[in-house]
Design a protein around this ligand. Structure first.
Ligand code: ATP
Length: 270
């Protein structure tokens, strides 16, 4: 059990547990913020290798969502670089990033409520409409319910179903990496679990994922690796299940919940 406290600038420790080889997405020393003169990210690092499901957790206000938005061109990066498959994408706009294979699912307002499920998915593919049938078939294979209910208005769906439509819409452009901003926010525990299972399913279908989550213990259960952010900096990183059991991380970010999970998963006494 040896997750690594990081902030040394040493790439090996910052990305502990990351597989070797060319990263898919690589953010280095990112400094970014909303208001001139106020930095929210103070030198963040993040690496995603092909096929990985990577989590970003940390306390409220740590900058988790800001990091995700910076990766998607929604927050100005003042210093540092982001590369996708070795190409510099640091200052690219969101629409260009979508064409290059980056998908983003915002936390809120992520469906068009007056449009049907099918129309929402068409909106996700407005940059390549000819591919609709092929991509729709992929989506329905992953989430059959979206095919069965394709004519239903998105506004009439539950929160969890809307989240599924939002993920599906981002998948229409066949992204190589999908950025999910707190997909479980505002959902009941059962719907949250469904969202995490769905996330894993998308990842198993071959899409690399970066997921920002407040529900840290659930996120750590499904992630290959995770980064703990604190005050806009990397605090710890490591394999999800190791972080979940790391006393430092438990004390700082998970409270007693991590031991509760262990209890819940212990087989009943014979
Ligand atoms: N649009 C914005 N304009 C100015 N400041 C912002 C904006 N969005 C976020 N911030 C500030 O950036 C800081 C980090 O916010 P961010 O949402 O990235 O944190 P977080 O780690 O995702 O937290 P939470 O888990 O509470 O969502 C906070 O101090 C927040 O007030």
């Amino acid at each position: 059990m040896s997750t690594t406290a990081v902030d040394t600038g040493d790439a090996a420790s910052v990305h502990r547990g990351a597989p070797a080889g060319e990263p898919l997405l690589d953010a280095r020393d990112v400094i970014a913020g909303y208001i001139p003169g106020v930095d929210i990210l103070n030198g963040c690092n993040l690496v995603v290798h092909p096929g990985e499901l990577v989590g970003i957790i940390g306390p409220n206000g740590a900058g988790k969502s800001t990091l995700l938005k910076a990766l998607f061109g929604l927050v100005t990066i003042r210093s540092g670089t982001v590369t996708l498959q070795g190409e510099n994408i640091t200052h690219q706009r969101a629409d260009a990033l979508v064409r290059r294979g980056v998908g983003f699912v915002p936390q809120t307002n992520n469906v068009f409520p007056s449009l049907s499920i099918e129309e929402n998915l068409q909106m996700g593919l407005f940059q390549a409409p000819k591919k609709f049938d092929e991509r729709f078939a992929f989506i329905v294979d992953l989430f059959p319910t979206l095919g069965e209910r394709r004519k239903q208005r998105a506004g009439s769906l539950s929160g969890g179903e809307r989240q599924m439509v939002a993920m599906a819409r981002a998948l229409m452009m066949e992204p190589s990496v999908l950025l999910l901003d707190e997909p479980s926010a505002g959902l009941s525990p059962v719907r949250q679990d469904e969202t995490f299972i769905r996330t894993r399913k998308i990842n198993k279908a071959g899409v690399s994922i970066v997921i920002v989550e407040q529900n840290a213990r659930r996120a750590l259960q499904i992630c290959d690796r995770a980064y703990v952010l604190d005050q806009g900096r990397n605090a710890y990183s490591g394999p999800g299940r190791e972080l979940m059991h790391d006393p430092k991380v438990i004390e700082l970010y998970l409270g007693t919940l991590a031991t509760d999970v262990e209890e819940a998963h212990r087989p009943p006494a014979q």
